[in-house]
Design a protein around this ligand. Structure first.
Ligand code: ATP
Ligand code: MG
Length: 400
């Protein structure tokens, strides 16, 4: 299986650094993003004060088990929940090993380590699919048809890929009329709908066959457009597809059709964030409110955002951002003006805003949106008392 993990490593010795550097030459990890910061565990603890945590953190600490313990406590303060931590050290006794595993460390490797040791440790962390670190799922849906939801979804995905250099998968769930591939000037290998026929068949190998690569860290599942009859996919098949994609990528950006069915609602419920795109008229306002009320009743309000698009389309007769804010109880995360020339030109050229209109203010706004959707400063409500590394990673000691 080809892993698309984000991995950051903090070696303390040149030999460990060399072993780590070999990782992306391994076929299994060729698609993973590896960043190496020399400096061991103490450097890691400082690094994550200001930086988001990747899926895997490898830290080397060649001091005593007490040094490792202290280093882990410092890391616990700054690393985000759900990440896998692998420790490389020189302490070689079963007692220390058990203690580390009890503290929530996923694997402990006794140095000197080889590339193969590191690859095996990472792979063993994900053998159990339920233990695989999960990427964040962000769904875009229009409050009405034609509001620009797909345009903004694909631009957000592209901008996130550029800004984060993390692995991003875009999924276009508009099976017949989806435009994600068209917008990116890509020719999808196979229509995504064909992958959803049988939920039991969906696995990472199958998805890999359907993914069309746009750039090294950005791939999509889409359609070339098709009028082929298809029955509605089952919510189970769509959920499985998304679940596997989120174990293959740090962010999964979904473009939902403006269509209400059991699988659409189940995607909204499983998404970490939902972005509702609306145009400034009454029908959009009513439907955006309906969607937010539905979402709020089921998953709270903190995970939902809205974008006001084509904001000045009707000038005098339109509703304002304030009207939406008063009704929806939140300001728009982004307001985009009506600019048919710009969007027609980009669509004709198969370009994103950041490619064809780099100097346009919308490019900067999209970068800001990408940061909000992707980063730590995502605006997501944090749990009242954020669980600490040592507690959230805790699991029963395993025998060695
Ligand atoms: N701010 C804007 N100004 C002008 N035109 C825009 C703007 N945003 C999007 N468009 C254009 O609006 C049209 C519809 O956009 P898009 O397909 O993204 O909407 P949608 O909400 O996904 O529609 P559908 O309901 O068909 O899925 C496209 O031609 C797109 O280029
Ligand atoms: Mg669309």
């Amino acid at each position: 299986m080809i892993h698309r993990f984000s991995i950051e490593a903090f070696p303390q010795t040149k030999d460990t650094e060399a072993a780590l550097q070999g990782l992306t030459a391994e076929r299994e990890f060729a698609k993973s993003k590896l960043t190496i910061h020399f400096g061991g565990m103490s450097r890691a603890a400082k690094h994550y004060v200001d930086n988001p945590s990747p899926q895997f953190i490898l830290v080397e600490e060649n001091g005593s088990s007490e040094d490792i313990h202290k280093g882990l406590e410092a890391l616990a303060e700054v690393v985000e929940p759900g990440r896998k931590v692998i420790v490389i050290g020189t302490v070689n006794d079963v007692q220390a090993y058990r203690q580390l595993i009890n503290q929530g460390v996923s694997e402990y490797l006794v140095g000197p380590v080889t590339t193969a040791d590191i690859a095996a440790a990472i792979t063993s962390c994900v053998k159990d699919a339920s233990a695989t670190p999960k990427g964040k799922v962000i769904s875009f849906i229009g409050s009405r048809g034609g509001v620009g939801s797909s345009t903004l979804a694909v631009n957000a995905a592209w901008t996130m890929a550029q800004a984060t250099q993390e692995e991003i998968i875009g999924i276009d769930l508009d099976f017949n009329f989806g435009t994600m591939a068209l917008a990116l000037n890509l020719d999808p290998k196979q229509a995504i709908a064909d992958a959803l026929v049988d939920a039991d068949r969906i696995d990472a190998v199958l998805i890999e066959r359907f993914l069309t690569e746009h750039s090294p860290h950005f791939s999509i599942l889409s359609t070339a457009g098709s009028l082929k009859d298809m029955s509605e996919p089952s919510p189970e098949a769509v959920e499985r597809l998304i679940d596997i994609c989120r174990s293959m990528a740090q962010y999964v950006i979904i473009d939902l059709p403006r269509h209400w069915s059991s699988w659409v609602s189940s995607v909204l419920l499983l998404s970490d964030e939902t972005v509702v795109v609306a145009n400034p008229d009454l029908a959009n306002l009513r439907d955006a409110k309906m969607l937010f009320d539905w979402l709020k009743g089921r998953r709270g309000n903190s995970l939902n955002r809205f974008i006001l698009n084509k904001a000045d389309v009707a000038k005098r007769n339109q509703l304002s951002g304030k009207d939406f804010q008063d009704t929806l109880g939140m300001p728009p995360v982004l307001t985009v003006g009506f600019d048919p020339t710009l969007f027609a030109q980009l669509a004709n050229n198969g370009q994103m805003v950041g490619e064809g209109a780099k100097a346009h203010k919308l490019n900067e706004q999209l970068r800001h949106l990408a940061q909000q959707l992707g980063g730590r400063k995502s605006g997501l409500a944090q749990p009242q008392s954020a669980p600490k590394f040592l507690s959230w990673l805790k699991r029963p000691a395993k025998q060695k």
